[in-house]
Design a protein around this ligand. Structure first.
Ligand SMILES: [Zn+2]
Length: 392
């Protein structure tokens, strides 16, 4: 499926621009017409970090006329291993300003617009509306769903990418012509299940592999050349050095772009993604077990005390055999602590792992240092251990 160009061509290229872009101009598929379209294009990069760095640099070099940068963070030394748009002398500076300076150094003809703020439900539509195309370089699920939903609601295409350790993924989401991110991932993974790059690490150069796919797709969409990555997910495995593709279909039941949408405006993304407090995240790091591990402990007679911190109604629908119900509030109020055994390992679980992570933080600070929780909660248990049980 080829698509018409996103952008009308600019009136003309200057003599200097013709010289600068000559290697593009002699490609028949780009040519003068394509380069004029790039000049007229307005592209927004969400984030000037791992993916945003190569994306902004190549978009600038390619001659995209207007580049927007959404970024509120400052440059940290630990960014430099992969965020190549920033350098040593930028440490401590605003990332947005540092990125703008690099873009200007690469190509002074680019008009750079800075949005030095955290993207949220109050500003996202106004910012997105100023651009033809969005390149998503965010690293958290709440912002990812925010970007997707705003793009779908405004009818904008966006190029998505994600990276972790040696693995990367990329796709183009454009609800008018194909699936959206929610068609592929209807629900955010439970917190703690998918570690961030800060927790799990990322091979620096992976950013270039995925970021360059994103820029390639952006240029193709803007100029209307080639087959866009709409309805296809590119999966890159750097260790095996393999790219593979999977088809992604538009889901007629998608809550956002389906036939009977239930999400018709922006929502509370922190709540949707079950964003846990910093204390809970810290408590869960290194103290999260899988449902399989729990089953193993039960089967081998490990001396554990399994606690379900959900509400009684939820426990009635489905529960993990052997679990004692003590709702989360009992811990927050302090009542539950005296019921905790001193001679057994405490294992917590809830529905997906959000509430149990919060309780875990309470237990750790109360001195139960070896307490753990089950990542994915009872939902994960049913999926992995007892698939015949109901989920809710
Ligand atoms: Zn969708």
């Amino acid at each position: 499926m080829s698509l018409p160009p996103l952008v009308e061509p600019a009136a003309e290229l200057s003599v200097d621009e013709v010289r600068r872009y000559s290697r593009h101009l002699i490609i028949p598929d780009v040519g003068m017409d394509g380069q004029k379209r790039l000049k007229n294009a307005k592209v927004l990069c969400v984030g000037a970090g791992g993916l945003g760095s190569p994306a902004l640099m190549y978009l600038a070099a390619a001659g995209v006329g207007t580049l927007g940068i959404v970024e509120f963070d400052t440059v940290d030394e630990s960014n430099l291993q992969r965020q190549i748009i920033h350098g040593q002398s930028d440490v401590g500076r605003s990332k947005a300003e540092s990125a703008r300076d690099s873009v200007k150094e690469i190509n002074p003809y680019v008009n750079v617009i800075l949005h030095e703020q955290r993207l949220d439900v109050d500003n996202v539509k106004e910012i997105f509306a100023q651009y033809d195309l969005i390149v998503d370089g965010t690293d958290n699920f709440a912002t990812r769903y925010l970007v997707n939903d705003a793009a779908v609601l405004l009818g904008k295409p966006y190029v998505w990418g994600s990276i972790y350790r040696f693995d990367g993924q990329a796709s183009v989401f454009w609800a008018e012509h194909g699936p959206c991110y929610r068609c592929l991932y209807p629900e955010a993974p439970p917190p703690g299940m998918v570690p961030s790059c800060a927790e799990g690490g990322v091979l620096g150069v992976l950013c270039a592999s995925i970021g360059s796919i994103q820029v390639t797709e952006a240029i193709k969409l803007l100029a209307g050349v080639g087959e866009p990555l709409v309805g296809r997910l590119m999966i890159y495995d750097a260790l095996e050095m393999q790219y593979r593709q999977v088809k992604v279909r538009k889901d007629p039941n998608c809550a956002l772009c389906g036939e009977n949408p239930t999400v018709t405006d922006l929502i509370d993304y922190e709540a949707f993604c079950g964003v846990v407090s910093e204390e809970a995240q810290l408590a869960a790091a290194g103290n999260t077990i899988t449902p399989k591990q729990l089953k193993e402990w039960q089967d081998t007679g490990e001396d554990i005390f399994l606690i379900d911190v959900r509400e009684p109604g939820e426990y009635e629908i489905v529960n993990i055999p052997g679990a004692t119900l003590i709702p989360k509030n009992e811990f927050l109020l302090g009542n539950a602590l005296e019921k905790m055994p001193q001679d057994k390992k405490i294992v917590l679980h809830c529905k997906t792992g959000v509430r149990s992570a919060e309780v875990l933080a309470v237990l750790h600070s109360a001195g139960f240092a070896d307490a753990v929780h089950v990542g994915g909660g009872v939902i994960g248990w049913v999926n992995q251990i007892e698939p015949e049980k109901p989920v809710y």
